[in-house]
Every structure is written in structure tokens, then in C-alpha cells.
Design a binder for this molecule. Structure first.
Ligand code: ATP
Ligand code: MG
Ligand code: MG
Ligand code: MG
Length: 471
């Protein structure tokens, strides 16, 4: 049965609120509240941690949400796998000491096979090896294909310290033709054949800062179902990017670049990156993040510049991100709980426009530096540009190393990839250390901002503050 992305979200939230007694809550912000262990919310359960641990009393023992999530750890996968974005929505139903496996499993089965009407014979599940209880419950579901259960050692879900436990994941077999062809290809294979759509976590432990596991006072349920993934199945698309939750942005970018989607793999990757990153940046800015050189602001800056780089790789020379954000915002028009995105669209575009201008400026400065360096290398009779210089171009001027490499090749020179990667690794270590410190920021209330009063703070250190508003 065809359902739009917005209809799917609504169907899930209604199923759990109206039929299974859950309190429907709006998505929480991407910025974790009182949780210094996290940079950005990456799972539906993350903002609910205090309810699992018992630190706070939940408004009801059953809650359902569609949580906006950003996983920068998946950034390299974007466009290369069918199923990963940096930004996605995680549908979830949660029990705080209320129901457990005996309800969570049958309800997931009911939603998938009766509401969304997925074919039962194509569904598979994985369980934690000693979880006989979950195996029995799965086997008693109406029409469950009895041999579609796989025991997996790594079926244990945790995200930093906090509530965690053994899990059971639901996959759909998309057919042999989508597989990698390896004789070992089976559930859990990283190729596109078996798509993980839903994870049911039987939360019973509380991981401590020292890495040990304490028992929680009561047993809980935490589930996470990727909206874009289930949409790709229901809409019969090969990737999440072709669903109505992302494709309009691809169409926009393809149109601006004058290319066609589906003709060239590398170009398709760039289009998918732009589509994903446009949604990420819009939602991050909506939640009060501004581009900067540290913490969340750096994540935003990196995503934004990465999108611009992919635009350049497609041959786009002019500014194009505001249009991409318009396309992203339109996707959510009329969807419940997305009024904030619609209302802040002008503000979001203003911030992006300023950063796009700023990057254009550093791109030119970077070009000057690079041209000078090329002269030096040539005069010295060398064949390679030092990795430290490539890193400086990347880090200080936001200069993509792929662009550096291209220009070097035009000059019959090479790039010292090893030295560059070493410098990058050192940078990562610095970033990790910085993240360990408290990087939380105060989020201004942006709902009543007058966009016309936004100006660039030229006196601020590069990257520190991109825009300020004056009253
Ligand atoms: P995968 O193994 O495919 O990377 P995961 O096991 O890391 O997924 P979970 O942490 O179990 O994912 O998150 C719960 C659900 O959220 C997944 O089953 C999937 O539907 C969805 N999801 C996770 N990561 C992404 C992503 N990067 N983009 C889109 N959906 C995602
Ligand atoms: Mg993953
Ligand atoms: Mg997985
Ligand atoms: Mg999983």
C-alpha cells in the first residue's frame, strides 16, 4: 500500500497513541538537554534517558515520538549506501517500566504487517543469542516465517553511558538482485539486500561512566524505526533518497546543475549528499545551531561546506543552498509538528546565505595560497604538495582536499595523502578532546527573530560567530 512519508509518520504515531495507549509527544530538539555525553541527538531514546533511569517521572509510562536525529558518524555513507543519511527521523514507542517484550514484539509485527501491509514472508528478525523469550514470542506471531530468526552476538544496543540492553532487529529482504552476490550474503550483510528497518531494544541495564552495567529498577522498551527506510520500502524505491522525503531536493539540485539523476554514479552521490545535507543544515539551524569552528557549530559548518563542494563537483558555480532548503522545507509543509521549520525558513536561509558567502570568500583566498604553493613546489623541482599545506587549506580555508587534488593534477603534481591524513588524525584527536569538555551552548529563542535585523559580525574571530541579531 503506497503511503507518503508524512502519512507514514502519522500512521505510526496514531497506531501507538490511539490503539496502544501511548502519549504522543513532539520531537525533542537536536540539542541534548543536560547531557554532556552527547553532541547531537542520534536516537529517539536519547532525550528520554531520565525517564528510563528513573531520574524523572515520565508524563505517562507509554510514549511515542518521531524524533529528529543527526548521526555524523554516518556522513561517509551518505549517498554510498541506500540507507544512511546524516539527518533522519526515528519513529519510536517507549515503555518506562510498563510493557515489555510480550507487547513490543506483537505490536511491531501488527504495525508492519497490518497497517503498512509489508509481506510477512519477506521479514526477518535477529535476536541476542540467549534471548529464548524473544524467539518464542516472534514464533507465535500470526504468519511469522518460522525460520526467519537469526541469533546475533552484537544484538546489544547502547549509545554512550545510559540505558541499554539486548535488542531484536527487524529486516526486510529486498530480493537477491539487490544483494552483493556473495555466497555468505545473509541477514546482517552490509549490502542492500537485507534492509534493517526497526530495532526493538529491551532496555534493562544502565551503562555507567566506568563502562560497567547496572540493573535498571524496572524493565523498559525503546524502539527505533527509520522513517525514510520504511518509506523506501512502502514507496518501492531503491534508496531512501528516492522517497518523497528527499527526492524533491535531488530534483532541485539536478535542475540547477543541469544534470540528470540516475545517469552517472558519482553525480548521483553528489545529488544525494546535497539532498541529505540540505535537510540536516535546515533542521540544525532551526534548533538554534550556528556555523562555527567547534562543537555542534562545526558539524553544521562541515555539512554546509560539504554540500557546497558537491555542488561544485556537479558544476554549480552560483549560490544554490537557499533553494535546496526551500525544497527541503516544502517536503514538510502540512506535516504535523513541523510548523517551526516552516516558520523559521527565512531565518534558516539567511544563516545559510551568510555562510555560503563566507565560504566563497575563503575559497578564493585558498586558491591564492594554493597557486603560490604550486609555484614553490615546481621551482623546487618536487612532484608533490606537502600534506600539512593541504591540511591548512582544508582546515583554515575550508578548502576541500579533492579540489586541491584536482588542481594539482592539472599542474602535473600530486598530493601527499599520507601527510594530510596524519594531520587530519591529529585534528580529530584535538576535536575529541574538545568534545570531552562541556560544549553545550545556550540556545536563543529564535521564534520571534526579525530576519531583517540579522547581520554578519565582521569583528568576530573567523568562524566563531557567523551572524548576530541586533535589537
Ligand atoms: P545500520 O546498521 O543500518 O547502520 P543501526 O543499527 O546503526 O542501522 P539503530 O541504531 O538500530 O541503527 O537505529 C534504529 C533505526 O534507525 C534503524 O533500524 C534504522 O531504521 C534507522 N537509522 C539508523 N541510522 C540511520 C541513518 N543513518 N539514516 C537513516 N536511518 C537510520
Ligand atoms: Mg548504523
Ligand atoms: Mg544495524
Ligand atoms: Mg540497529
Amino acid at each position: 500500500k503506497y503511503m507518503s512519508g508524512n502519512e507514514l509518520r502519522e500512521a505510526y504515531l496514531q497506531f501507538f497513541s490511539e490503539k496502544k495507549g501511548h502519549l504522543r509527544l513532539p520531537s525533542f530538539s537536536l540539542i541534548p538537554k543536560d547531557d554532556p555525553t552527547l553532541l547531537l541527538i542520534g536516537a529517539g531514546m536519547a532525550p528520554l534517558k531520565p525517564f528510563f533511569t528513573g531520574k524523572m517521572k515520565p508524563p505517562r509510562t507509554r510514549v511515542t515520538t518521531s524524533q529528529r536525529c543527526v548521526r555524523t558518524g554516518d556522513i561517509e555513507n551518505v549517498g554510498r549506501t541506500a540507507r544512511h543519511q546524516t539527518f533522519f527521523e526515528m519513529l519510536g514507542n517507549f515503555s518506562f517500566g510498563d510493557y515489555f517484550k510480550g507487547e513490543a514484539i506483537p505490536w511491531a509485527w501488527e504495525f508492519l504487517t497490518e497497517v503498512v501491509e509489508l509481506p510477512k514472508e519477506k521479514l526477518w528478525v535477529t535476536v541476542y543469542p540467549d534471548d529464548e523469550e524473544a524467539i518464542e514470542i516472534w514464533k507465535s506471531q500470526p504468519g511469522f516465517p518460522q525460520d526467519h530468526i537469526v541469533k546475533m552476538e552484537d544484538n546489544f544496543w547502547e549509545i554512550g553511558p545510559g540505558p541499554c540492553g539486548p535488542d531484536s532487529e527487524i529486516y526486510i529482504d529486498l530480493g537477491e538482485e539487490r544483494g552483493c552476490g556473495s555466497p555468505d550474503c545473509a541477514v546482517g550483510c552490509d549490502c542492500d539486500r537485507y534492509l534493517e528497518i526497526w530495532n526493538l531494544v529491551f532496555t534493562q541495564y544502565d551503562k555507567q561512566e566506568d563502562g560497567s552495567y547496572a540493573n535498571l529498577a524496572h524493565k523498559n522498551i525503546d524502539t527505533g524505526c527509520g522513517l525514510e527506510r520504511i518509506a523506501s520500502v512502502v514507496q518501492n524505491k531503491k534508496t531512501n533518497f528516492e522517497t518523497d522525503l528527499l527526492y524533491p531536493i535531488i530534483e532541485y539540485a539536478a535542475n540547477v546543475a543541469g544534470v540528470k539523476y540516475g545517469e552517472d554514479d558519482e553525480k548521483d552521490i553528489s545529488l544525494k549528499v546535497i539532498a541529505d545535507h540540505a535537510r540536516s543544515m535546515a533542521i540544525m539551524i532551526m534548533d538554534g545551531i550556528l556555523p562555527s569552528n567547534e562543537g555542534r557549530g562545526y558539524v553544521l559548518r562541515r555539512i554546509l561546506r560539504r554540500a557546497i563542494r558537491h555542488g561544485r563537483m556537479l558544476g554549480i558555480k552560483d549560490k544554490f543552498l537557499e533553494g535546496a532548503v526551500d525544497a527541503a522545507v516544502n517536503i514538510y509543509r502540512g506535516a504535523k509538528d513541523f510548523e517551526e521549520l516552516i516558520n523559521k525558513a527565512d531565518y534558516i536561509k539567511k544563516v545559510i546565505s551568510i555562510e555560503e558567502d563566507r565560504f566563497a570568500a575563503t575559497l578564493n583566498q585558498g586558491m591564492e595560497l594554493l597557486n603560490g604553493e604550486i609555484e614553490t613546489v615546481k621551482k623546487a623541482g618536487k612532484k608533490e604538495l606537502d600534506g600539512q599545506v593541504v591540511f591548512k587549506l582544508y582546515d583554515t580555508f575550508g578548502f576541500p582536499w579533492e579540489l586541491t587534488e584536482e588542481i594539482l593534477h592539472e599542474n602535473e603534481l600530486d598530493l601527499d595523502k599520507e601527510g594530510f591524513e596524519k594531520a587530519m588524525e591529529e585534528q580529530r584527536t584535538r576535536a575529541r578532546n574538545a568534545r570531552a569538555e562541556n560544549t553545550r551552548v545556550e540556545v536563543p529563542d529564535l521564534s520571534s527573530i526579525d530576519v531583517s535585523k540579522l547581520t554578519v559580525d565582521e569583528t568576530a574571530k573567523e568562524g566563531k560567530v557567523v551572524a548576530i541579531w541586533k535589537d
